[in-house]
Design a protein around this ligand. Sequence first.
Ligand SMILES: [Fe+2]
Length: 233
Amino acid sequence: MLLASQRFEYVNWSSVEWDIRQKGYSVIHRWLTKAESVMLRDVWQNPQDFGPTVDMEHHHFGHGQYRYFRDPLPEFLTQLRTKMYPYLRDIAHHLWDTPKSNHFPDSLNEFLAMCHDAGQNQPGVMMLYYPTGGFNIWHQDRHGSVLFPLQIIIVLSESGHDFEGGKLLVQEEYSHKPPERHIIGGNIGDVVVLCTTSRPKRGHGPKKSEFYHGVSKVTTGERYSLSCLFHDE
Ligand SMILES: [Fe+2]
């Protein structure tokens, strides 16, 4: 497996930034190979790497299960989160036109220290499993006062082979007009970068919006994904 840091050198970050500015998300296609995605999703079979299994239906979140990774995260995920953070931090500062005094810290560790000071100690990294019939309602991964404005989702199953349906969706809600929805979909190995709670305000465009994501119903097969927040919860 290539180191996460090596892979980031090949990503066109300007194009990621452009996409997020235009539509609130960007897909880095096939960031992981199929074999690597399968290896990662097989971690689901080791419950000892995770906290308790949460049944989405029980909380009215949809149908399926998710598990937060225990601290410390597996090395690959620690590296992924740490190495990706500075790129997304720069993008966030550009997109939200953040004044220097409010810049996020240079390193993920410094940012996580801010989360911990605010009592947010659970690493915001989880794996999700959707059986046939599984889905996830519109939501935002906002669970504390310290929040990073971009997050990623990695699709770990192959659309059209492992499952049908199960599309990643985003919705933007405005106070003055109907919501806008996009079907992202996403296939095995894709990293989707998306806005956590709102899309940056555009010059003459709509005012502040709320940004939500969800997963449509898996019609056949099973779908796994990994959700990585840069704040702890
Ligand atoms: Fe989510």
